[in-house]
Write a protein that binds this ligand. Sequence first.
Ligand SMILES: Nc1ncnc2c1ncn2[C@@H]1O[C@H](COP(=O)(O)OP(=O)(O)OP(=O)(O)O)[C@@H](O)[C@H]1O
Ligand SMILES: [Mg+2]
Length: 388
Amino acid sequence: MELRVKFWILSDAYPSIYRSKAGFCRFGLPAACAPVRLLFSMARAQDSSESPERLISATRAGEEDGFELKLRPRWLGEFIGQSRAKEQLAIALEAAKSRGEALDHVLLSGPPGLGKTTLASIIANELDVGFQQTSGSAIQIQGDMTAILTNLRERQVLFLDEIHRLQPVLEEKLYTALEDLKLDIIIGQGPSARTHVMEIRPFTFVAATTRLGMLSSPLRSRFGILLRLEFYTEEELRVIVERSAEVLQVPIDTDGAAEIALRSRGTPRIANRLLRRVRDYAQVRGNGEIDRKTAHAALTMLDVDPHGFDEIDRRLLLTIIEKYDGGPVGLGTLAAILAEDEGALEEVYEPFLIQIGFLDRTPRGRVATRLAYEHFRITMPQRPASLF
Ligand SMILES: Nc1ncnc2c1ncn2[C@@H]1O[C@H](COP(=O)(O)OP(=O)(O)OP(=O)(O)O)[C@@H](O)[C@H]1O
Ligand SMILES: [Mg+2]
């Protein structure tokens, strides 16, 4: 016989994802149920940083949580760069505040480490409302979703990270909650089952995804504000490094910060990580201060690529150059060789390489540019002039 046991995880000792989250468990052994599910959800949450902890990977490494929290800007004014997204958000925030209403639902998209989670928490701070965070992979059953939505406080922010991982059946449940602030739940089973409509308090739903292409269009259309985060310029990253150094109380000069910014792959998360490593080097091998010379020596010792390329960037370009004479190569072929999924290549890895002009997307496939050849010090083959 199936037992339905409701449990609550109330402890503040767990990450905020699990706070005030309730769920239903459909197994026997009620006592073992909560810890087992908690372990599973923690494992799933860890899954978001699947790749090995590489210095120049843009994905989050587990041990960095505390460090990232310390460096995370809390207000829109402290958030550097992304001027378009910031402006759009500032207007919407101002309007919502002056009307005393909840902000429209916000969808944040862009490659890892560009500040989606940071912006979500800034939205809650600016609105001066509560912030609750969970993730698409942590919500497994309808009970989880019902509990989260019905426990929301008036106008608070609910942040759902990795929304592309939400199961389709739960996604559909979310639609009515987002639009009509109602949730249909079914009580009981078989002929005696009844539907019950639950009211939800007005709230702001903020969702983040690195894979915009995986969201269905009905889901996308539920958001009033769509913000796409772009890679940061070197100048913006330099300011971010200087700000982080100030928070960490590390003496750094403009040139030292610029050297770190140069190798950060347009990504604040990488910039902050490199700063941490360079700080160690400066303390042990130098006088604790970071200037261009120290930063250069530290990053060279750490073997950080001058463009901040990570292993996949390098393998992607070298595959095109060495195996396919510079391309064109189809996306499917590249994905198979690199053992990555096509969408991840297209939305997470390629945008940076295209932006810095190392990769070209053509109708016949991906092509490595002259800059890519020069970077790897490989001579570019002469191509026969095209007839058309
Ligand atoms: N605009 C910014 N100004 C200053 N620091 C920033 C900015 N954007 C991001 N950061 C820093 O970069 C780190 C990573 O940002 P965040 O966790 O918000 O990225 P994310 O887009 O949510 O990444 P993921 O897709 O992996 O969840 C944060 O700790 C924050 O300190
Ligand atoms: Mg995030």
